[in-house]
Write a protein that binds this ligand. Structure first.
Ligand code: GLC
Length: 439
């Protein structure tokens, strides 16, 4: 039985200049399928088998390939990867996980959880507290805000994977000498002039589909006007305040009044809004960090070398705001393979693996030493530049009832965007959310 590579663990550090290249990281793991099959057969009998369920992420590589690299890196544990729908289908991924975890059969042994589910999964007792195995010395290797997001009821119930935040993608060649917009008014005016001149079909693309991402965009518009969905007390609902009403009105105005966004944004989530942008048809796009890797890939993009990334604009008197996203690892509290599960998540969250996820899949590291690694700056220059955006991102309401809260927000804001009765829709949302968080 081969020894587990102890340099690639959650508690290990990334020595300067030691970043493994893509080839070295995969270490032959992704050789021919036949070779891999042979390895499995030879080692299979002595290995602990565990299952890992995660939403589907992709870039130059897939999560499945990284899991195979773990399998090939050691001989004690074999992980079978169960691919769930992509994170844009957040409600469906959540539903699938809840069904599995609530059965308490121990399957899947390991899962990934969107930052918005951590409170719910911990509160239900489905996520194993990891404090014993991953002590203060390990926790201090991550950004404190992410560790806080992974902590519920004083216990670490998730291990950090990647941090996400909303950002503004823009076409450097279409600005026509104008500065990158810092306010929504500036964005409207540049977008209108680009459309008018015929240099791009669309001014500004965002995500208005009745789905989780609509709540992410909503948080950004509202927070960039100095508002919030929920007050810090977690009980007072602010969604019908003047600042929120103005923000939602602006979202609708981008379509109906300023005409910088097509009606289609109301049915678009991440990928449908990303494609026209990397296809060269839009001046501005709000999206997550994964888009950068695709925008710079000549096989997938017609705007290579013409894309800049900046903090999202704000309203007068407000400040730029990005929604906090990202997925984190969880160990099923009912797992029968605790040691193997912890070994696997430690490897997945290790410096080398985080660097690999960042360079190959565009997922930003949750470890400061990986964030500052020169190889990351080379392949994802915007990450270093937007570090304060990632670290200062605004969370969605943190509550074990988030799954209910988001459905109310999604349906009310969708309706407001479609029929324009913004005040009425948000007043209704306030009543329903107040009832949910009061209990
Ligand atoms: C991204 C974010 C996640 C969010 C989802 C919405 O994957 O990382 O937090 O819930 O988008 O579509």
């Amino acid at each position: 039985m081969s020894k587990i590579d102890s340099s690639n663990r959650a508690g290990s550090r990334l020595p300067a200049g030691s970043c493994p290249g893509r080839r070295a990281f995969l270490g032959g793991a992704l050789g021919t399928a036949a070779a891999f099959g042979a390895t499995r057969r030879a080692r299979g009998a002595s290995r602990t088998e565990i299952t890992f369920a995660s939403a589907k992420f992709f870039g130059k590589e897939t999560v499945a390939q990284v899991v195979e690299a773990y399998n090939a890196s050691q001989g004690r544990v074999h992980v079978t990867y169960v691919e769930l729908p992509p994170p844009s289908e957040s409600t469906e991924v959540h539903q699938l996980l809840v069904q599995q975890l609530a059965r308490q059969t121990g399957s899947p042994d390991v899962f990934t959880q969107d930052v918005i589910w951590i409170a719910e999964f911990a509160g239900a007792g489905w996520a194993l507290p990891l404090d014993q195995e991953l002590g203060a010395d390990v926790r201090k290797q991550y950004f404190p805000g992410v560790v806080q997001a992974c902590t519920w009821g004083g216990k670490l119930t998730a291990l950090p994977w990647f941090i996400d935040s909303g950002m503004l993608y823009y076409r450097t060649d279409l600005l026509g000498g104008a500065a990158v917009p810092e306010t929504w008014d500036e964005l409207v005016s540049i977008a209108q002039s680009v459309e008018k001149s015929g240099r791009a079909r669309f001014g500004f693309l965002w995500q208005g589909k009745q789905a989780e991402v609509l709540v992410c965009d909503l948080v950004e518009f509202i927070a960039s006007n100095g508002g919030a969905i929920l007050a810090p007390d977690g009980k007072t609902v602010l969604i019908d305040d003047e600042k929120s009403v103005q923000a939602v009105q602006f979202m609708r105005d981008t379509i109906t009044r300023y005409k910088i966004s097509p009606q289609d944004v109301l049915s678009w989530d991440e990928e449908p809004s990303r494609r026209p942008f990397t296809g060269g048809q839009a001046a501005f796009l709000r999206n997550w960090s994964y888009v950068y890797t695709i925008a710079q890939d000549p096989k997938a993009s017609s705007v290579v070398g013409k894309v800049g990334v900046a903090p999202l604009p704000h309203f007068p008197g407000g400040r730029s705001a990005a929604c906090l996203g990202g997925y984190q690892y969880g160990v099923n509290a009912s797992t029968k393979n605790r040691d193997a599960a912890i070994d696997f998540v430690s490897w997945m969250s290790s410096p080398a693996t985080q660097l690999h996820f960042a360079t190959e899949l565009g997922l930003a590291p949750t470890r400061p030493d990986v964030f500052d690694e020169p190889r990351l700056a080379e392949s994802q220059p915007f990450m270093q530049k937007l570090k304060p955006v990632f670290l200062g991102a605004t969370p969605r309401p943190v509550t074990p009832k988030y799954a209910q809260v988001t459905l109310v927000l999604q349906s009310s804001v969708s309706r407001a965007l479609a029929d324009g009765n913004v005040k009425q829709a948000l007043a209704g949302a306030k009543d329903r959310i107040s009832a949910i968080v009061a209990t």
